[in-house]
Design a protein around this ligand. Structure first.
Ligand code: G6P
Length: 605
């Protein structure tokens, strides 16, 4: 949460920071601000509640000629949404921006007597006061001392009044990436802000002090020794982080799913079967475990629910799925015989990271499914399988979900082969069906008339229900989440057979019920549950496989999925549920890409 960018070079810093903040806005959009420093040290601070566009307007009316500065877009944690709480914060010689939470800011305020100096309600301003207090002309020394005092997670970019042209950075847990090239030196909370300026970058190492200047970037560990970061190459291009003619990132990302699935699956196939040895993942990892624990948050956790259903079915060992924020405070029943799979698009969700650390502490082997290269979760887990979705900018996750599923299906296939649950021939058929899901998603995107029709029913309602059994239930959870997060319609996913134990009391005349009935084995049972809600007046939107025989009296709208195998219905079904949420939000005139109160990466507990 919170987007960070810093630049020191020879070009207009104001422009670079504003453009970067626009790219980072999905990290938080409560306020935006920047500090620009002139070569004589003079500082210009601009910050505004609201979107980056508000800041841009304020800045472009009175541009500042500077080649060094820091910028921030905020997701409020400590203190309300207003100009004063916006970053950067200044105290004496120190001006800084921050992502993370300083947990002991009350104690620091009391211990150093800062109360009278504070203007905002933020933990960040306390850190600025602390650094100003510690600063005696040597930024490295002040930061080294501050690290001993601060507790919590942080990524700071700091300007000192008497160090013009230099930006000092330090991080603990919260992400920072940096790059130096002909245009100068850059630092940002994530890559999307840097890809316009070059292909090489590095993840800023923790417990180091990094200094940016127009000439280059230097890094020292806390004992003063130079540190050489590992240089990585971005495989995203600038266009992949732009809307490319679509009205919203979300619809662009929905459209990118067929290709993202292929990009994720194809490079991992050898002779038509999944093989992870090129990624350093030995088969013994799969062969020697007794159970699997999947941990994640939000959409990634719902991908895990589908993964559980598919994996247990395929290779018959127990798979449990956990919400990371719960798991991290549990006493988990896992051991060295457990494979822990953590799933995260960003690779930086703080609860998922903490849960991963706990799993490792319990001797479990860990495998991460992550989209962002070099992210904390990717680095800390024993093994990593990257999804190749490209940058996902819309706050509501879409393509990250389907590629997470694709990787889970690949794992299911590899496991099944190794455990003798699949022959090579069965494995190849499974993979062929997985690849053909790309075409099924494509068709769903092209033929969305029934979904648009369903929007008319859904958008009028304050409540909606999603029902299904088995796999259908697993992916209805994600459908309900999508609808509520971007259309603000209360949506609940329920196991269809459980509905009559209470929740059916909420079904009234014209309450929308999205019923998923794609699984042959339980088809008739789900259809019975559909009849139950229909009898109570529900407006039923029925999602079934093409060709399914259903009495037309039991639904208002029927959405057909172009798929034949039950376990692959999730791919076109996911697209249909994403489109339902997308068109509903758009029809209500809401901000599809930046729904209220949310942020893309949740780096606070
Ligand atoms: C936030 C996002 C969700 C995402 C969840 C987990 O809540 O809005 O879309 O599913 O975090 O994020 P991760 O990056 O760990 O997948």
């Amino acid at each position: 949460m919170c987007g960070i960018i810093g630049y020191s070079g020879s070009f207009c810093a104001q422009k670079i920071l504003l453009d970067g903040l626009e790219q980072l806005e999905y990290r938080g959009y409560d306020s935006a601000g920047m500090a620009l420093q002139k070569s004589n040290g003079e500082l210009f601070l601009r910050k505004k509640a609201g979107r980056v566009s508000v800041l841009r307007e304020a800045c472009e009316g009175a541009p500042i000629n500077s080649v060094c500065g820091i910028g921030h877009t905020r997701w409020a944690t400590h203190g309300g949404v207003n100009d004063v709480n916006a970053h950067p914060h200044n105290c004496g010689k120190v001006t800084l921006i921050h992502n993370g939470i300083i947990e002991n800011y009350h104690e620091i305020t009391a211990a150093f007597g800062f109360a009278g100096r504070l203007h905002s309600e933020t933990d960040t301003e306390v850190a600025a006061c602390l650094l100003d207090y510690l600063y005696q002309g040597d930024p490295f020394e002040a930061l080294r001392q501050a690290v001993d005092i601060l507790t919590g997670s942080y990524a700071f970019c700091i300007l000192f009044a008497d160090q013009p042209g230099r930006i000092f950075c330090i991080r603990n847990v919260s992400p920072l990436v940096a790059a130096h090239n002909d245009s100068g030196s850059f630092v940002a909370s994530d890559l999307t802000a840097l890809i316009a300026y070059g292909k090489s970058y590095f993840v800023v190492p923790e417990e180091t002090v990094m200094t940016l200047s127009p000439e280059g970037i230097s890094i020292r560990d806390l004992s003063g020794q130079p540190v050489e970061p590992e240089i990585l190459t971005v495989d995203w291009n600038v266009e992949s982080a732009r809307k490319g003619g679509y009205p919203h990132y979300m619809i662009k990302e929905i459209n990118e799913q067929p290709e993202a699935l292929q990009n994720t699956v194809l490079p991992r196939l050898k002779d038509g079967l999944p093989d992870f040895t090129d990624e350093g993942i030995p088969d013994t990892l799969f062969a020697s475990c007794d159970n699997i624990t999947v941990i994640a948050c939000g959409t990634a956790m719902y991908a895990g629910m589908v993964g559980k259903a598919v994996m247990e079915q395929a290779f018959k060992i127990p798979v449990s799925v956990h919400i990371a924020s719960e798991f991290r405070y549990d006493t988990p029943l896992i051991s060295s015989r457990t494979l822990t799979i953590v799933i995260s698009q960003s690779g930086e969700t703080i609860d998922t990271l903490a849960a991963l650390r706990l799993a490792k502490a319990c001797s479990s082997r860990t495998l991460a499914i992550v989209n962002v290269k070099g992210s904390a979760i990717a680095r800390e887990s024993d093994y990593v399988l990257y999804t190749h979705a490209g940058p996902e900018i819309a706050v509501a996750s879409t393509k990250a979900y389907t590629v997470q599923l694709a990787v889970l299906y690949l794992i299911a296939c590899r496991f099944s082969l190794l455990r003798g649950c699949f022959t090579a021939d069965q494995g190849r058929k499974f993979i062929a069906a997985l690849l053909s899901s790309s075409g099924a998603m494509e068709q769903m995107i092209r033929h969305d008339q029934a979904i648009r029709e369903a929007v008319k029913t859904v958008k009028r309602s304050d409540h909606a229900f999603f029902i299904g059994r088995g796999l259908d239930y697993a992916f209805s959870l994600e459908g309900a989440l999508k609808l509520k997060e971007i259309s603000y319609i209360h949506a609940e996913a329920y196991a269809a057979g459980e509905l009559k134990h209470g929740t059916i009391a909420l079904i009234e005349e014209r309450t929308p019920v999205v019923a998923l009935a794609t699984q042959e084995k339980i088809f008739a049972k789900t259809i019975s549950n559909v009849r139950e809600v229909r009898a109570r007046g529900a407006a039923v939107i029925l999602i079934v496989k093409e060709g399914a025989q259903v009495d037309p009296d039991i639904y208002d709208i029927r959405i057909d999925l172009p798929v034949s195998q039950d376990e692959f219905a999730v791919f076109p079904a996911a697209v249909s549920l994403q489109l339902l949420a997308y068109y509903t939000s758009d029809a209500k005139g809401l901000n599809v890409d930046k729904p209220r109160n949310l942020a893309k990466s949740v780096t606070v507990e």
